[in-house]
Design a protein around this ligand. Structure first.
Ligand code: PHE
Length: 446
C-alpha cells in the first residue's frame, strides 16, 4: 500500500519539524494567558500531567497512523480501516481534523499578525522609554484598529501559504534547524533577566505552588485542551508529518523529546512573563494581551532593549510560522486527496481562512459585542472551543483508532520500538489516555 512520498532528511529533521509544529503561540502567548486566567500553579501541574498522560501517547498514536498509512490523513485512515476490516467512515476523522485546524488557523493568523506589528514597532524603537501604562494603552488602540489587524493577518497568511504551496519538507528543515536553538537561547536570556526583577519570587510561587482549592471542571478542561493544543495533537496535523517519517526512527523517543522541549519553552516564557506581571503590579488574568504588553515592558528596561525585543518578535514570528504551516498542511492535503491540484487547494484554503479570520480581527472593535454563542464573540469562540473541545475529541478518536481498531502488528512496527515499549504505550493509551480524555470532555461538556 505504500505510495512513495518525500521523507524528512534525517531523524533530527523529523524531531525539529514536529517541534516546529508544537512550539508556537501555544507556548509563548496562549500558555501564560490561559494559566493566568485559570489560577497558575494548579493549572500548570494538571497541564503537565495531561501532556505526559494524554498528549504524548496520543501524539504517538497520531504520528504512527500517518507513518503506517504513508499518505494524507483521510487516505491513511481509510486505507488502514479497510485493512483492519473496520468501517470506512473512519476517514471522516481526517476531515474533522481539517475543520478543527481551519478554525484554529483563522485566529492564529490574526494573533501572529500582532507579532508582525510588534516586530516593526520594536525595530522602530517605539517602546523605548515608554511606561507600562503607555505600552498597555498602545496595545489597546492597536486592537481597536481593524485595518491594521487585517493587514497583518493577510501578510502572515500569505507567508504561510506560499511555503505550503511549495510543499513542506525541504524549506522547513532548514528553517527549524536554526530557529529552535535561537528561540530557546533568547528565552533563557529573558528568564535570566526575569530572575533579577522583584516579581521573580512571586512569579515562581504563583507558577509552582499549587492551591487546589481553585480547581474547577473548567480549569481541568482548559488544561486538557491546552495540552493537546500545545503539542499540536488531535487534528491529524502531525499525522500528515508522520507520513514523511524515516523508517528506522523510534517514535516514542522523538515524541518525548518534542514534549520536553515544548514544556520547557512554555515554562521559560511563563517565568519571564509573570515576573514582569508581578514586578509591575499587572493582572495575571489579563487575557490575550498579556504577552504583548509584558514583554515590551520587560525589554524596555534592559540595555539594548529594542534590539532584544526585535529579535524576540522575529523569533516568535518564525515559530508561529512553522506552526501555522503545520496547521494548513492537513487541509491542503485533504483537498489534494480529493483530487484537487496542490496550487488550487492551497489557494482555496488561504482564501477561506482569510475570510473567517476577518471575524476574529473585527472581534476587538466593530464586532466585539457580536456574541453568537455562550455570550462569547467570534475571537473568544474560535480561540477556545476548537482547542479545548475539538482537539481532545479528535485525539480521543485517533487514540481509539490506533489502540483498538488498527491491526496491532502494524501499530507495533510503526511505533518503531520493541515489545516492552509497545506494551507500555498500549497499556497507557487504552487504560489511561482514552478513559481520562473521555471523562474530562464529558465533565466539561455537561
Ligand atoms: N502547537 C501549536 C502552538 O502551540 C498550535 C497547533 C495546534 C499547531 C494544532 C498544529 C495543530 O502554537
Amino acid at each position: 500500500m505504500s505510495e512513495t512520498l518525500e521523507r524528512w532528511g534525517s531523524k533530527r529533521a523529523f524531531i525539529l519539524a514536529v517541534t516546529g509544529a508544537a512550539v508556537g503561540l501555544g507556548n509563548i502567548w496562549r500558555f501564560p494567558y490561559v494559566a493566568g486566567e485559570n489560577g497558575g500553579a494548579a493549572f500548570l501541574l494538571i497541564y503537565v500531567a495531561f501532556v505526559l498522560l494524554l498528549g504524548l501517547p496520543v501524539m504517538m498514536a497520531e504520528i504512527l497512523i500517518g507513518r503506517a498509512g504513508r499518505r494524507g490523513p483521510m487516505q491513511s485512515l481509510g486505507a488502514l480501516a479497510a485493512e483492519a476490516g473496520a468501517s470506512s467512515h473512519w476517514r471522516w476523522l481526517g476531515l474533522f481534523g481539517a475543520f478543527t485546524v481551519f478554525c484554529i488557523l483563522s485566529f492564529y493568523s490574526v494573533v501572529s499578525g500582532w507579532s508582525i506589528e510588534f516586530l516593526v514597532a520594536s525595530v522602530n524603537g517605539n517602546f523605548d522609554g515608554a511606561s507600562a501604562a503607555e505600552i498597555g494603552a498602545g496595545f489597546e488602540s492597536f486592537l481597536a484598529s481593524p485595518g491594521l489587524l487585517i493587514f497583518n493577518h493577510s501578510l502572515f497568511l500569505f507567508m504561510t501559504m506560499t511555503v505550503v504551496a511549495a510543499g513542506v519538507a525541504k524549506g522547513l528543515e532548514r528553517l527549524n534547524n536554526l530557529l529552535m536553538p535561537l528561540l530557546y537561547g533568547l528565552l533563557l536570556l529573558l528568564a535570566g533577566y526575569a530572575a533579577t526583577t522583584d516579581g521573580f519570587g512571586t512569579a515562581l510561587s504563583w507558577l509552582f505552588l499549587p492551591s487546589f482549592g481553585d480547581v474547577t471542571t473548567s480549569v481541568v478542561l482548559h488544561a486538557m485542551g491546552h495540552a493537546f493544543f500545545t503539542l499540536a495533537v488531535g487534528a491529524c496535523a502531525l499525522m500528515a508529518y508522520g507520513a514523511y517519517m524515516p523508517d528506522d526512527q523510534s517514535l516514542p523517543k522523538a515524541a518525548f523529546a518534542v514534549a520536553v522541549l515544548d514544556i520547557s519553552v512554555a515554562l521559560l516564557a511563563g517565568i519571564a512573563i509573570f515576573s514582569v506581571v508581578f514586578a509591575q503590579g499587572l493582572d495575571p488574568a489579563d487575557g490575550p494581551g498579556l504577552m504583548f504588553v509584558t514583554l515590551p515592558i520587560a525589554f524596555s528596561e534592559l540595555p539594548w532593549g529594542s534590539l532584544w525585543l526585535s529579535v524576540f518578535f522575529l523569533l516568535l514570528l518564525l515559530a508561529t510560522w512553522t506552526s501555522a504551516i503545520n496547521l494548513a498542511e492537513p487541509m491542503v492535503a485533504t483537498l489534494q486527496g480529493l483530487g484537487w491540484r496542490r496550487s488550487v487547494s492551497t489557494l482555496a484554503v488561504a482564501l477561506s481562512v482569510w475570510l473567517i479570520g476577518l471575524l476574529s480581527a473585527f472581534s476587538f472593535s466593530t464586532m466585539a459585542e457580536f456574541r453568537p454563542l455562550f455570550g462569547r464573540n467570534v475571537f473568544e469562540l474560535v480561540s477556545s472551543i476548537p482547542p479545548d473541545i475539538f482537539l481532545p475529541m479528535g485525539g480521543l478518536l485517533i487514540a481509539i483508532f490506533a489502540a483498538w481498531v488498527m491491526p496491532q502488528v502494524r501499530v507495533k512496527s510503526a511505533l518503531g520500538v520493541g515489545e516492552r515499549g509497545y506494551l507500555l504505550w498500549r497499556t497507557i493509551i487504552r487504560w489511561v489516555s482514552i478513559p481520562l480524555t473521555f471523562i474530562v470532555l464529558l465533565g466539561g461538556l455537561l
